[in-house]
Structure formats: C-alpha cells, structure tokens
Design a protein around this ligand. Structure first.
Ligand code: 4FN
Length: 223
C-alpha cells in the first residue's frame, strides 16, 4: 500500500513511523509512505497557505486553492495506474469515527491513500463539497491541534492489515482472535517472573489447561 500525507508539519511523522513494525513494512516494500509539505504549495513570496475566515471568528482557515493544488499534484504522481486512483481521506473532527471494521475496510479496499491533515481552524469547506475528498474520518471526540496524530493512528492501524506486514505468528493470532475472544476488548497478560514483588500470576495460567485458560480469559473480558 502507498500512503501520501499532505501536511504543514511533515517533520512530525519522522519519529513514530520509522521504528519497529512500520519501519520493517517500509524496508520490505509492503508500505510506502510519502510526506508532502503543504507550504510548498503556498501562494506568493510568503508561501501563504491560510487566511482569515469569512463571517469572522477566531483563527485561520487553510486556503482551498493551496489544498486542491496539493491534492491534484499528489494524485498525478501515480505510477501509471499501478495503484489505481488514490482514496483521499481528510482527518477531521466532523468525520466518521474510526473503528476496527473501518480500518480493515480501508486496508482491503484501497491500494493508495492520500491523507490530508488540517491545522488552525481547519480547511475551506469547498475542498470537501467540490469532490476533492472521498471521506472524512475522526479518531475520536477531543480537541487537537492538527490532523497529524490522527493520520499516524490511521497509518498504524491500517498498516497491520497489509499482507506481509505482520509475521506469520501474529497474523495467525489475529485470525483466531476474531473467531474466539472478543476483539474489542483484551484480557490481562502476564510473563515471568511468576512472583513479582509479592504479586502472583493467576494459578489457572500456570497449569497449561487450555479450556480453563480460555474460560478464564473470557471472564476477564466480560468484566
Ligand atoms: N482537529 C471538536 C469540536 C471542534 C473542533 C475540534 C478540533 C485540528 C484543524 C480540526 C480532532 C479530533 C479528532 C482529526 C474538535 C481530528 C481532529 C480528529 C482535528 C486543526 C481543524 C482540528 C467536538 C471533536 C471535541 C481542531 C470535538 N480526528 N479542531 O479538534 O483535526 O481526525
């Protein structure tokens, strides 16, 4: 999968996406990430990207001409139809809430994503109404300073579902997860040592009695 991110702050992405599973996914060619600095599409000598809102009010709004220029330029970087058309997502507090089912749908339906990150008060509504965005997605109901962290959350969640990204064992665990234990919740985990500062691992986990362990884990989830 290819993911292009349009952002005023491409530097925010360098740390979190270059470690562990996401770095390996990129090294092995399963995931290709590209970051595009919105400032480079800015207008005039000052590379203006924002302006004050019509109707008044606080803050600034990202300009539609700058945003559409960026979206169109990135869209035309496709490698001769190899990835098809990009699915363009605006990370927005007004978007549909990102849930696991949505993550899996995005991963399976699209070979190429463009993620647009807002800043200040957001983007000019005409970018959405004019058809330059396919879908608005929100990671949850809280005030943020920008769409960059939501974009990283989406990338992390989607990347796990790209074939080859997870190891054999993790993929198998993922499959059985949906069949048995509730994938929405989690049971408590323990590892060595068996006793830590007076705290013991539940006895049932030490016996190796598979059905009993499964039953115990279900009980923990239902709490
Ligand atoms: N946020 C709310 C109401 C009004 C404004 C905001 C808010 C970043 C550009 C959007 C926020 C939350 C989840 C993107 C929030 C998300 C954003 C997201 C986001 C700067 C404008 C803004 C009612 C949700 C509390 C700032 C509620 N998922 N505005 O945060 O981009 O993706």
């Amino acid at each position: 999968m290819r993911i292009d991110v349009i952002t005023l702050f491409p530097g925010m992405f360098t740390g979190p996406l270059t470690e562990s599973i996401l770095q390996r996914a990129q090294d092995e060619g399963h995931l290709e990430l590209k970051f595009h600095d919105l400032r480079e599409f800015g207008i005039g000598n000052y590379k203006q990207v924002d302006d004050s809102p019509y109707g008044g009010g606080a803050g600034m709004v990202l300009k539609p001409d700058v945003l559409v220029e960026a979206i169109e330029r990135v869209s035309n970087e496709g490698k001769e139809g190899k990835e098809g058309k990009p699915w363009r997502i605006y990370l927005s507090p007004r978007g549909e809430r990102l849930v696991q089912q949505k993550v899996e749908q995005i991963a399976s339906d699209h070979e190429w994503l463009i993620l647009l990150c807002g800043h200040y008060e957001g983007i000019d509504q005409r970018v959405i109404d004019g058809g330059w965005i396919d879908e608005e997605i929100s990671i949850g109901d809280y005030v943020l300073t920008g769409g960059e962290i939501p974009a990283m959350v989406l990338i992390d969640a989607v990347a796990r579902h790209i074939p080859g990204v997870l190891g054999k064992e993790e993929s198998a665990a993922e499959e059985s997860f949906s069949e048995s234990l509730d994938r929405k919740k989690e049971y408590p985990h323990y590892t060595r040592p068996e006793e830590f500062r007076g705290l013991n691992v539940p006895e049932v986990l030490l016996n190796g009695h598979h059905a009993e362990i499964e039953k115990w884990r279900r009980q923990q989830i239902d709490n």
